[in-house]
Design a protein around this ligand. Structure first.
Ligand SMILES: *Cc1c(COP(=O)(O)O)cnc(C)c1O
Length: 507
């Protein structure tokens, strides 16, 4: 007390900041919404990729936190002045990098509601609505994806909202690991083998690392252009056979629908057939492309999922839901629970004892968890299946248009077939240095395309990122930002051509 009174600028504020005063909340809340509405309205004015240098912010902000309170007006002014320049504008209609982070009013407001209630929903009792809504929404979504009923609560399986795919894969790897070790003995953990392809997301490697899989038992099976960079059942089987021969124990396959580099698709049906022969847990990672599979014409990419053990996709990528929101379904929730459950005294309660409720803390890594289902519920209700399909199709159509534009310029080529709304393209080596040997011609093309992409991104007009697929450097044009219209795609192509013209004449 004494020391508080001695601090000259305290003014007794500690007792009066009223952090949840309803009227002040209303006032400041409206200001923040207005701020964001203006941001979306003006987002095209900013360079898409942030142009700041590392360390830019330290130069602008004070060395320590303010002792006295500062008004929201001033803070928002600084957000505009100091934070916005350091933001890469994922919501810009000219954003075509990585995969989208498609925002929406419904997703945003669901997030606001969730954050507003600010509950900590580790078990059913801690907020019954959070658990029950999550289970209902996961069954809704599972039906939209036409997942086999074994993945739904109504069919003995179930879905859970994880933060990200990385977590979803880790949870399924540990479930598979413990199930297998129960059979073969914990002392054999070093024999377990995890499989993916050389196109599988690094999330699998991270999961295997954390789960204690012997690093030398991580298999990234090679893919080829001839198979459109999908993992073939033959290559998978050959690897398994060689591992079994060496006395190892095949454990887990991560098959991908829509790889991160090129949106390649692993053929689920034949892969699951091989996996089932060897008792391998199959996880299907459809982080990006899963969204499209709510459209009947794209559902075939999931054919064969009925023989997988788990399936996940990121609603926070291309499904109008704010980060983070990874939807994971498993056929056998008890496998997850056995690997992840703890039940300390302070969490004991009647509902859990009766085993009539889901305690989602046992389906994930962390104990505390957010009320994520609210935002998905708002997205599904606000737009409905019909409009969600329209939204996804509109992006695919725009990507097709972009592909068409590339086709009209002989200097460019589409490098891998487009499956969804992402186009991988480059300036063809033929266009470049005619007198090079084939090998160095490819190398020259890689260098040229990398340089081209950098100058495009430096312009701030659009933002794309790259991938190297089968040794070929490609620019990735991923349509999916919620504000993108066809005119942005046409303009983006002009930007690419202009920069290519400039670079071709100067080199
Ligand atoms: C984006 C992506 C991931 C990683 O997703 P996070 O939610 O960031 O962990 C994994 N797999 C694929 C195929 C992806 O495209």
């Amino acid at each position: 007390m004494g020391s508080l009174q001695n601090q000259k600028s305290d003014n007794g504020l500690a007792g009066t900041i009223k952090p949840l005063d309803p009227e002040e909340f209303r006032r400041q809340g409206h200001m923040v919404i207005d701020f964001l509405a203006d941001y979306y309205k003006n987002v095209e004015r900013y360079p898409v990729r942030s142009q700041v240098e590392p360390g830019y912010l330290k130069k602008r902000l004070p060395d320590s936190a303010p002792y006295d309170p500062e008004p929201i007006e001033e803070i928002l002014r600084d957000v505009q002045k100091d934070i916005v320049p350091g933001i890469t504008h994922w919501q810009s209609p000219n954003y075509f990098a990585y995969f989208p982070s498609s925002g929406s009013i419904a997703g945003f407001l669901g997030e606001v509601l969730s954050t507003g209630f600010n509950i900590v929903g580790f078990n059913w009792m801690s907020s019954p609505a959070a658990t029950e809504l999550e289970s209902i929404v996961m069954d809704w979504l599972g039906k939209m994806l036409k997942l086999p009923s074994e993945f739904l609560f109504s069919g003995g399986g179930g879905g859970v909202l994880q933060g990200t795919t990385c977590e979803a894969i880790l949870c399924t790897v540990v479930a598979a690991r413990d199930q297998m070790l129960k059979k073969i003995g914990r002392e054999n953990v070093n024999k377990l083998v995890v499989y993916g392809s050389d196109q599988t997301h690094s999330a699998l490697q991270k999961a295997a690392q954390i789960a204690g899989i012997n690093p030398s038992n991580f298999r990234a099976v090679a893919t080829t252009k001839a198979n459109a960079f999908g993992l073939t059942a033959d290559a998978f089987r050959a690897q398994i056979e060689s591992d079994v021969e060496s006395g190892l124990v095949p454990l887990f396959l991560c098959a991908t629908i829509g790889t991160t580099s090129s949106t390649a698709v692993d053929p689920l049906a034949p892969l699951c057939e091989v996996a089932n022969e060897y008792g391998i847990w199959v996880h299907v990672d459809a982080a990006y492309a899963g969204s499209a599979c709510i459209c009947p014409e794209y559902r075939h990419f999931l054919d064969g999922v009925e023989n997988a053990h788990s399936f996940s996709f990121n609603a926070h990528k291309w499904f109008l839901t704010t980060l983070d929101c990874c939807c994971l379904w498993v056929k056998d929730p008890s496998a997850l629970v056995k690997a992840l459950s703890t039940y300390p005294e302070y969490l004991r309660n009647k509902a859990s004892e009766t085993k009539q409720v889901v305690d989602y803390k046992d389906w994930q890594i962390t104990l505390s968890r957010r009320f994520r289902s609210l935002k998905l519920w708002l997205v599904l209700r606000s737009y409905g299946v019909a409009n969600l399909r329209k939204f996804l199709r509109s992006h695919i159509k725009m990507a097709k248009n972009f592909e068409g534009l590339i086709g009209m310029d002989k200097r460019f080529e589409v490098v891998v077939p487009r499956n969804f709304a992402t186009v991988c393209f480059r300036i063809s080596p033929i266009e470049l240095a005619g007198n090079h040997q084939i090998v160095s011609r490819e190398e020259a093309a890689n260098n040229f395309n990398a340089k081209l992409l950098e100058t495009i991104n430096e312009s701030g007009k659009i933002y794309m990122t790259h991938a190297v697929i089968g040794g070929v450097y490609v620019m990735r044009f991923a349509v999916g930002a919620s504000l993108t219209e066809n005119r942005h795609v046409i303009l983006a192509w002009k930007v690419v051509q202009e920069h290519a013209n400039a670079l071709l004449t100067s080199s």
